[in-house]
Write a protein that binds this ligand. Structure first.
Ligand code: BGC
Length: 807
């Protein structure tokens, strides 16, 4: 242990006290030993530091900070160095704001396009995610502060995120859901990891020894800190035993006392506590070292411009018929769409950044050189139909050469704690598009949202630009692409299915009650569409440019692949070349191809560059469930170089000797997986894959509600009080939406409806403790008066313990 001398001086109570927060954002301090608190702040695409004293629940607006494009956006740049740059700027701002741990990046896989937090995550591909995340982490940590990758792991739906049990087979877990975390640990050297809220195969991730011990601490040799997601601690002792150092936020000392009691009665070894304290002290001391240098004031303008550059490199050009873009000199444009006036630039929830500056399209036209003849909102942002707005927009469109139509999703649709209901752009926006098309078909659509949407209307636009969520300077960045000042070079980091029903997890998302079954196994995103031959609207890795690129002269050796890239167009530009690998044997089910490398190259018009993508430990490996380790199959492999996952330009084959492991599967038992047709896997086949019987997916309605049941489950509570509580939550949600308070309505769903009862104690900073939760449970379970008096008694006891003199 690094800090054994200090630990030897601590009392048991002091050690235990370090294991949970001092308040919502800070760790505990022990003054007599010189241990100071450190500050943790969201993240991930800007600093959200709140004034401590003002807010017990972490709901206040943060101190202004640069709002960079969200991870879903930056992933489209496929530029790891750019990710590292963003990390550096975040690190610098963290220092300025006295933040020691930045709660990001978020690196969960986009298993399904409807996950409410997809805008905060990078990609559906673990390799791309891991590489981008490692860049961010290196950048953040280069300033001496710590990143905190989240949410470890398989946190892929927002609804019921604090109780849902994810049922996933070991191979998909390793290859899809953990690979990005592995890269973040091994290449990013993250100092901190946040455990997720959900369960993994029956056990809360925070207590899951397979995840936390066997894999994280064992195989990956991780020696940093594990922090619970806020309020995500279930059993503190089991969490500690699994290797969780820090429970956040504070529980007013309640769980510290549990630790002390567990050690005194022999349920927990003090050695485990000491080691956890040691690792946490390392985080505390090393991130405090960052503050030994003189403090810097960050340059607000400069950071704003960096944020713009990042957005520019992340914008994806999806369609450009008759080269409508870049806008030709002298063309008159009509600007239509509410998002042009009030830019949509980030998502909702814990990641909300209070931007230092905010660009809106209508304020940036002058410098763009585009002749703008006027603006019309065209639609009501939150979906209400308004024929007058459409009429006015059409009048304006008639006078223009080109219509710039700004459409997308509003900020409350993409939010933490809630999943989207569908993949559609609101109908009132599509009606507007149709009306505009009838009067002027020269339409360029500009989409703002952080996740994939359906586009049955795509024939009605001639050009289409996806800005994703471009941060505080995103609006200006888009104009620079429209005008041709910037040649677009982003490529999609997620697939766009033709319709939601085509997605492989369509039947199993979100998990409705107790479990969510990942029946599609390793086949998420392009791995599925490609293997099952399902047509998509835009494939993974797709994006256009104002120039063209040619690929030639592939050569493959043992260590990598080289080829030539020529810019055959007339403008300088950047191309993202992608390396995919496919295995020809068919002995083990696999996706047709998997991303194993990529490179972004700048090439002048007419120039040719030779580029190389090296192989690495990841290139040929698969996880063998029989040997329980990574293996390489002896086989012939296709080495493919593509401009997207569906546009393979060059191909070669190599033979690998492999590691001679036994075959992991009985092929006959897994026909859907061997065919790649995994959208309707029967239960028994999935059971063969996971090697055990499936747990009951439904809640047990006969049992009284307990700590880990959600408040939403009160709809079948035994007591009238419980059922009334349920109805009143639903009513408040409905009412708040009705009066236009959409964000507050969302908050009710996230922090009440989807909250387990234990969360009432874990999230209220010590105002409510677990014995009081017992009272509440009695009340909802049909013993109202007994519960009520129990609640009062415990409340009184708590108040007395806190303030013995006044009561
Ligand atoms: C979110 C985390 C966030 C934390 C602190 C949680 O609800 O899931 O991503 O870092 O709150 O705000």
């Amino acid at each position: 242990m690094k800090y054994k001398d200090i630990i030897a001086e601590m009392t048991l109570e002091e050690k235990a006290s370090l294991m949970s927060g001092k308040d919502y954002w800070q760790t505990q301090d022990i003054e007599r030993l010189g241990i100071k608190s450190i500050f943790l702040a969201d993240g991930p695409h800007g600093i959200r530091r709140q004034a401590v004293a003002a807010d017990k629940l972490g709901l206040n607006e943060g101190v202004p900070a640069t709002c960079y494009p969200t991870a879903a956006t930056v992933a489209n740049s496929w530029n790891v160095e750019l990710g590292e740059k963003v990390g550096e700027y975040l690190g610098e701002e963290a220092i300025e704001q006295n933040v020691n741990v930045l709660l990001g990046p978020g690196i969960n896989m986009k298993r399904n396009p409807l996950c409410g937090r997809n805008f905060e995550y990078f990609s559906e591909d673990p390799y791309l995610t891991g590489k981008m995340a490692a860049g961010y982490i290196r950048g953040i940590q280069s300033f001496g502060v710590s990143a905190c990758v989240k949410h470890f792991a398989v946190n892929n739906q927002e609804e019921k995120r604090m109780t849902i049990d994810t049922i996933v087979d070991e191979r998909a877990l390793r290859e899809i859901y953990l690979t990005a975390f592995e890269i973040a640990v091994k290449e990013g050297n993250t100092k901190a990891i946040m455990s997720s809220y959900n369960k993994l195969n029956g056990t809360y991730t925070n207590e899951n020894t397979h995840l936390m011990q066997d894999i994280l601490r064992g195989e990956w040799q991780y020696d940093g800190t594990v922090i619970t997601d806020w309020g995500g601690s279930n059993d503190r002792i089991e969490g500690l035993e699994a290797g969780n150092e820090l429970e956040m936020p504070t529980t007013g000392g309640e769980t510290d006392q549990e630790i002390v009691a567990a050690i005194c009665n022999g349920d927990l070894s003090e050695d485990i506590l000491d080691k956890s304290v040691d690792r946490l002290l390392d985080l505390i001391f090393t991130t405090q070292n960052a503050y030994k240098k003189p403090k810097i004031d960050f340059d607000i303008e400069k950071h704003h411009r960096v944020s713009q550059k990042v957005a520019e490199e992340s914008i994806v050009l999806l369609k450009n018929d008759q080269e409508i873009l870049p806008l030709k000199f002298g063309k008159k444009v009509a600007v239509i769409g509410d998002f042009a006036k009030d830019a949509r630039y980030q998502g909702a929830g814990s990641s909300i950044v209070n931007p230092t500056i905010l660009d809106h399209t209508m304020d940036c036209f002058e410098e763009s050189g585009i002749i703008n003849i006027g603006y019309e909102p065209g639609f009501e942002r939150y979906g209400k139909k308004d024929p007058k707005k459409i009429e006015n927009a059409c009048e304006l469109a008639k006078q223009a050469d080109v219509v710039l139509l700004y459409i997308g999703l509003d900020e409350v649709t993409e939010a933490e704690g809630l999943d989207r209901k569908d993949m559609k752009i609101p109908e009132n926006q599509i009606e507007l598009l149709e009306a505009l098309h009838a009067v002027n078909p020269n339409i360029v659509g500009i989409i703002s949202c952080g996740s994939a949407v359906e586009m049955p209307w795509i024939d009605k636009v001639q050009g289409l630009l996806h800005g994703y969520l471009g941060g505080q300077a995103g609006a200006r960045a888009i104009l620079r692409v429209l005008s041709g000042d910037v040649n677009p070079s982003g490529k999609l980091a997620e697939s766009y299915p033709l319709k939601y029903e085509d997605t492989p997890s369509y039947q199993h998302f979100p998990g409705k009650e107790a479990t969510v079954e990942y029946r599609e196994s390793i086949y998420i995103g392009y791995r599925y569409y490609d293997s099952a031959d399902v047509d998509v609207l835009f494939p993974f890795g797709f994006g256009l440019s104002y120039t063209t690129f040619e690929y030639s002269d592939i050569s493959v050796d043992k260590n990598g692949v080289s080829f030539k890239l020529t810019n055959s167009g007339s403008k300088a530009g950047m191309e993202v070349a992608q390396l995919y690998v496919g295995c020809k044997s068919g002995n083990i089910f696999r996706a047709k191809k998997e991303l194993k490398g990529f490179i972004k190259v700048f090439i002048n018009a007419g120039e040719t560059k030779t580029v190389r993508i090296p192989f690495n430990d990841n290139t040929f490996r698969y996880f063998n469930v029989k040997t329980n380790q990574w293996e390489i199959e002896k086989a012939e492999y296709q080495i493919m170089i593509g401009a997207s996952s569906a546009d393979i330009k060059l191909q070669e084959e190599v033979f690998m000797e492999g590691t001679n492991a036994p075959l992991p599967y009985v092929k006959e038992l897994l026909p859907s997986y061997y065919k790649g047709q995994v959208n309707q896997v029967p239960s028994d086949e999935f059971e063969h894959l996971i090697g055990e019987k499936l747990p009951d997916p439904n809640w047990d309605r006969d049992k009284p509600l307990g700590y880990n049941d959600m408040i939403a489950q009160c709809h079948y509570a035994k007591g009238v009080f419980g059922r009334l509580l349920y109805k009143s939550v639903l009513f408040s949600h409905w009412f708040l939406r009705k009066i236009g308070k959409r964000s507050t309505a969302n908050l009710i769903m996230m922090s009440i409806y989807n909250m387990p009862f234990r969360g009432i104690a874990r999230m209220t900073g010590g105002m409510v403790n677990m014995p009081m939760v017992d009272g509440i449970l009695m009340m909802v379970n049909g013993r109202f008066f007994k519960g009520f008096f129990h609640l009062l008694k415990e409340k009184f006891k708590l108040a007395k313990a806190k303030n013995p003199k006044t009561l």
